[in-house]
Write a protein of this length. Structure first.
Length: 141
């Protein structure tokens, strides 16, 4: 089991999958691999099921990547298990990863742009987060 580290809500967890065959050689799987995330509290129900895309198909055989965004489906102060599975020639292979979600951050993501608007009734901060939402805050100090 590989520990990926600690992340806050709104962060991206980089999930890399290298499909190898029984001899440990890179190989393309028979179908797209499956990545499932599970909470430490419930290892039977997946929080998310993902089908990652090939990272660099012309130069890296069997390499897949998916940036998992920690949305409101995830909870702070919990450990999550990531199950990665792929099939090559009717043989199934897999790998287990873990990561911890720590307090802090915002499920909508980090601020990527902001503009301050000064009005007589109140000052307003308009900002966009990398989750794609446009938000406002009044009278920031």
């Amino acid at each position: 089991m590989i520990d990926l580290g600690r992340f806050s809500l709104g962060d991206f967890v980089p999930l890399m999958l290298l499909s190898v065959d029984g001899n440990g050689l890179n190989a393309w799987p028979s179908s797209t691999p499956t990545i499932k995330t599970f909470s430490q509290d419930d290892l039977t129900t997946a929080v998310e099921t993902i089908r990652p895309g090939a990272r660099d198909p012309l130069r890296a055989t069997g390499l897949f990547y998916y940036p998992l965004r920690l949305t409101s489906s995830y909870t702070a102060d919990k450990v999550y298990l990531v199950s990665q599975r792929w099939t090559i020639s009717a043989s199934t292979y897999g790998e287990l990863l873990t990561f911890r979600v720590v307090a802090g951050g915002d499920a909508d993501g980090a601020v990527i742009g902001a503009h301050f608007v000064r009005r007589p009734e109140a000052n307003t901060l308009v900002y966009v987060v990398d989750g794609g939402k446009l938000k406002t805050g009044r009278s920031p100090r």
